[in-house]
Write a protein that binds this ligand. Structure first.
Ligand SMILES: [Zn+2]
Length: 199
């Protein structure tokens, strides 16, 4: 019989619930934010287009709106939660601490794998305006030796901004964002939260 399972690296990027999810788009100061979600929560959050350090042009006057939808009340709860979360986040990031975080699908499994555990610990314990080093996050997971694995979990974080991988920094500097291609985005997010020093 031919093997049917995919290589692990590919498998980890699939939503564990098996649903492909539905796509939504929000306007934001950073550009369009594309989101996919199933009824259980978010699968992915991504900035639209090939944003890079060279072409990033944020516009703080852009309001967060759900694009192409007239009746917000007909949209899934997670998308309404997301809209509120992004609206508050871009207005004043500290405000999101007071509201419920939009559900994240892969956090709902009963037995979380390593990466979802890293993402959840980060999202649960490192709030707006705080940073944590890769090493300190590994220690917080009771796994102080897992610094590289934590770094890799950050690189594969499918739900950026809400799972705040931009708040994970090196002990001697800012650390990479989006494989090092979106350093200005990380800088923008951290500055927006009031941080301009990283060590
Ligand atoms: Zn799902």
């Amino acid at each position: 019989m031919a093997p049917t399972s995919k290589p692990t690296s590919e498998k980890q990027r699939e939503p564990s619930c098996g649903s492909p999810g539905e796509g939504f788009c929000f306007s934001s100061p950073l550009g369009y934010i594309n989101v996919t979600a199933c009824a259980d929560g978010l699968h992915s959050i991504g900035l639209e287009g090939n944003i890079s350090d060279e072409n990033f042009s944020p516009n703080e006057n852009v309001d967060v709106q759900l694009m192409g939808k007239d009746e917000l009340k007909n949209e899934p709860k997670v998308i309404r939660d997301c809209l509120q979360w992004f609206q508050l986040y871009f207005k004043n990031p500290k405000l999101v601490s007071d509201i419920t975080r939009p559900d994240i699908c892969c956090f709902k499994e009963s037995n979380l794998g390593f990466r979802p555990r890293v993402w959840k610990t980060l999202a649960d314990t490192v709030g707006p305006g705080e940073v944590i080093t890769y090493g300190a996050l590994a220690a917080r997971l009771d796994n102080p030796g897992a610094v590289r694995a934590v770094g890799s979990a950050m690189r594969y974080n499918p739900n950026g901004i809400i799972v705040p991988c931009h708040r994970v920094v090196r002990s001697n500097g800012m650390g990479l964002y989006h494989g090092g291609q979106r350093q200005v985005v990380k800088l923008w997010l951290l500055k927006h939260e009031g941080i301009d020093k990283f060590s």
